[in-house]
Design a protein around this ligand. Structure first.
Ligand code: AHR
Length: 502
């Protein structure tokens, strides 16, 4: 089988916003406690943050981390997480039926972000709270001093404001599972009022309004239209969430899900344009895909934890998906989709970062390690910065329930003008056939291969564990070469590759 691609230096989609390689950390399960924070761990720093986890996060070069939820935020009182730790209250978290000790709050999270070199993306509670809470939290976080909340921050040990620019107006407010769930009109009005108040404090804030929790919500896509009709002039992004699953163990169909993702983005982009036209606005709104990942491996265990004990455990092992090799391909396909839709998707957050549906896992008192999906996320985040190329790809295809034509070869290309590199991320969805691929390089004179990484595995279900951390990992590829202005490479069946040229 053969596939061909044309990559022309001047045929571009958009400058990729670095923040499409963002992540998400919620007070859920062991994400915070035993994840980033474990004061008794041998690698813990003076604040109790695990050094081994911080190192794995730092290596990913994560540009932004969304916090503190998720469903958790919709009944969260942020003031519970400030002041002396021993005086902080333990609260019941309704979203995950657990106890929240509040040992980690905004100060600890902000310090951790500085340690790992990332920016904060904060969510305000528009479930059980509203405008008042949002303005107070904003004042606490961003005001230099001389007011009640900013002086309290200073008293609590942080003199300088954090100047957080990116704020989410609630979380998944379309979902009946959300504390304080609202219909589109109710939420749209509340979000507009909250945005207005926040912008009275600082009109340069970047605000994200809630879109749909997933594409199969009964309210999709009217939710987006109605919410945007209320908020268009006051926000910058609309959020989308999507989780990917292979419940019926049908890998070809599973890998076709990125076609559905593409359609989801396209539909919301069209809705944005519709509202823009209706409002006769000159302004553009973008997509913040601030929750995405594979999520299904842990469903059964979670039901047992949640239904089983009826108690309120602190940091139980919820949503601990153990990812396999085929998830590497899925994550590679999702990231390729974001690169190709970088004209409208400006922020995206892998959900989540540590232990909870995460690329990084930890054992209490033990090691931290990279799950299989760590690697495609790592390659895209570290090497996928720059301008997305508008590639012309022809590949044999197959039919899935998501699309009549799903290409076997899925590819994205990124031109980085700072370091002069050209990077391709390629996935072969074919179960049995290698595909000889040829990329015609136009305007990339004298380019040659400087790095080639390949991920394959004989067992689609192979996983990394604490004891076998390197079962699924990339290896240096061979056989990719440039001659006569053409890059040629053979893509093994079910494989992920990154090829960099300079
Ligand atoms: O990421 C896990 C959960 O998924 C989040 O709390 C929620 O926003 C979504 O439903």
């Amino acid at each position: 089988m053969k596939a061909s691609v044309i990559a022309n230096k001047d045929f571009t989609i958009a400058k990729i916003d670095d923040r499409v390689y963002g992540a998400f950390l919620e007070h859920l399960g062991r994400a915070v406690y035993e994840g980033i924070y474990e004061p008794d761990h041998p690698t813990a720093d003076k604040d109790g943050m695990r050094g081994d986890v911080a190192k794995l996060v730092k290596d990913l070069n994560v540009p932004v981390v969304r916090y503190p939820g998720g469903n958790f935020v919709s009944a969260y009182n942020w003031e519970d997480g400030i002041g002396p730790r021993e005086e902080r209250p333990t609260r019941l978290d309704l979203a995950w039926h657990t106890s929240e000790s509040n040992k980690v709050g905004i100060h600890e999270f902000a310090d951790w972000c500085a340690t790992v070199g990332t920016e904060m993306m904060l969510a305000v509670n528009l479930g059980s709270r509203g405008v008042d809470d949002a303005r107070n939290f904003l004042e606490y976080v961003n005001h230099p001093g001389g007011s009640y909340w900013s002086d309290l921050r200073i008293k609590n040990g942080r003199k300088e404001p954090w100047n957080v620019k990116l704020w989410c107006l609630g979380n998944e407010m379309d979902g009946p599972w959300q504390v304080g769930h609202k219909d589109a009109d109710e939420y749209g009005k509340l979000a507009a009022n909250t945005a207005r108040a926040m912008r009275m404090f600082d009109n340069k804030l970047e605000l994200v309004v809630c879109g749909s929790s997933h594409m199969d919500m009964p309210t999709f896509p009217d939710w987006e239209r109605i919410v945007l009709e209320h908020t268009y002039d006051h926000v910058d992004h609309i959020s989308l969430h999507m989780y990917f699953a292979n419940r019926d163990d049908n890998t070809p169909n599973y890998l076709g899900l990125s076609e559905k993702l593409d359609r989801y983005i396209e539909t919301v982009a069209a809705t944005i344009k519709q509202v823009k036209a209706k409002k006769k606005s000159k302004k553009d709104i973008y997509i913040s895909f601030d929750e995405w990942n594979v999520w299904y491996h842990s469903n059964k265990k979670d039901r047992e934890i949640l239904d089983g004990n009826g108690g309120w455990p602190h940091a139980p092992g919820l949503l601990e998906d153990i990812y396999n090799f085929e998830d590497v391909l899925m994550v590679g396909l999702i990231l390729n989709t974001f690169i190709r839709r970088s004209d409208v998707v400006k922020i995206a957050c892998i959900a989540q970062l540590v232990n909870v549906i995460a690329p990084i896992m930890t054992e209490k008192g033990g090691p931290a390690w990279a799950q299989t999906i760590y690697y495609p996320y790592y390659f895209a985040s570290v090497y996928g910065r720059g301008t997305a190329l508008d590639l012309v790809t022809s590949s044999p295809d197959y039919e899935t329930t998501h699309s009549p034509k799903t290409a076997y070869v899925d590819v994205s290309g990124v031109r980085n003008d700072e370091d002069g590199t050209l990077t391709f991320f390629l996935v072969n969805r074919h179960p049995t056939e290698s595909i000889d691929s040829e990329v015609s390089l136009q305007g990339f004179d004298n380019a040659s291969v400087i790095d080639h990484q390949v991920m394959t595995h004989a067992d689609l279900k192979a996983v990394n564990t604490a004891r076998k951390q390197d079962e699924v990992k990339p290896r240096a590829g061979s056989g990719a070469k440039v001659a006569d202005g053409r890059l040629t490479v053979s893509l093994p069946p079910y494989s992920y590759q990154m090829i960099r040229l300079k």
